[in-house]
Design a protein around this ligand. Structure first.
Ligand code: ZN
Length: 76
């Protein structure tokens, strides 16, 4: 489930993002949850942030987000 910051940046990158599969997007979101550096970066980068949020809304249902949170808590 863990990906590097570089991979996260690649997935969250313009055209790459549209081509990213469900699991890649999920891994990206998970990375943004766990990596303060990337979370901060996406907040600073409004375009990138809104792109990710939009995709997140399209890709993840509420229950899936809940599952991600639970999954995250297991790793803490
Ligand atoms: Zn990162």
């Amino acid at each position: 489930m863990k990906i590097s910051c570089e991979e996260a940046a690649t997935i969250c990158n313009k055209s790459q993002y549209k081509e990213a599969g469900f699991w890649q997007v999920l891994k990206l979101r998970f990375h943004l949850f766990t990596c303060k550096t990337c979370a901060k970066f996406t907040k600073q980068n409004q375009m990138l942030s809104s792109l990710c949020d939009k995709a997140n809304l399209n890709v993840l249902s509420e229950s899936e987000k809940e599952n991600m949170k639970k999954d995250l808590e297991k790793h803490l």
